[in-house]
Design a protein around this ligand. Structure first.
Ligand code: FES
Length: 192
């Protein structure tokens, strides 16, 4: 746990200062005139730029906005859209909302955890895959739903999900969603 941050310290950690993504955060702080009520906006920009919120970043933001580190940490951990860990090269999100759950999405999660040696909410040690879960993606008719690097795949199974994640990691591309494939086939068939 970090100690309370001196509100007069404004040193930029060297790793941040030399990072080409850092100026976006500095500009946002300046645009909002270092106001404490800009905290969420600043964290948004920091996460967008860096992909996650590091301790160094949160401490820096706390200093700049003259608020305690504990407040920044509290906000960053309260909202789901903030993450404190770097994301993997590829993302697999399994829906565990009610419709997907009754269609056994928990088995998909267990299978992926086993096959890729990663817990839901975490990233593999080689940084290749982040596995996460979400409560309802709004496509319940396709349950159980898995999202691979932004591609939605409906009516998945543990076998299919595991194979698709492997393809995604090995090829560097998300498999084309099943719905998209059938739509493309239909499109080809009806072309003049
Ligand atoms: S519960 Fe999974 S998409 Fe709605």
């Amino acid at each position: 746990m970090r100690s309370h941050v001196s509100q007069t310290t404004v040193d930029i950690p060297p790793a941040l200062a030399s990072d080409p993504r850092f100026p976006a955060v500095a500009r946002t702080l300046k645009r909002y005139q270092y106001r404490a009520d800009a905290l969420i906006e600043v964290l948004h920009v920091a996460q967008e730029a860096f992909g996650y919120l590091s301790d160094d970043m949160m401490e820096f933001v706390a200093c700049q906005l003259k608020i305690p580190y504990s407040r920044v940490y509290g906000v960053a951990t309260f909202y789901h859209f903030f993450t404190l860990e770097p994301k993997g090269e590829h993302n697999c999100v399994v829906c565990t909302g009610t419709a997907c759950y009754v269609k056994r999405s928990a088995e998909i999660v267990s299978r992926l955890e086993h096959d890729f040696e990663v817990k839901a909410g975490k990233t593999t040690t080689d940084g290749k895959l982040t596995l996460s879960t979400v409560r309802c993606l709004g496509t319940c008719g396709q349950a159980p739903v898995v999202v691979l690097d932004g591609e939605t795949v409906g009516r998945s199974t543990p076998d299919a999900a595991s194979a698709a994640v492997r393809v995604m990691i090995e090829s560097g591309k998300a498999p084309v969603a099943m719905e998209d494939r059938s739509r493309r086939r239909r499109g080809r068939g009806s072309a003049p």
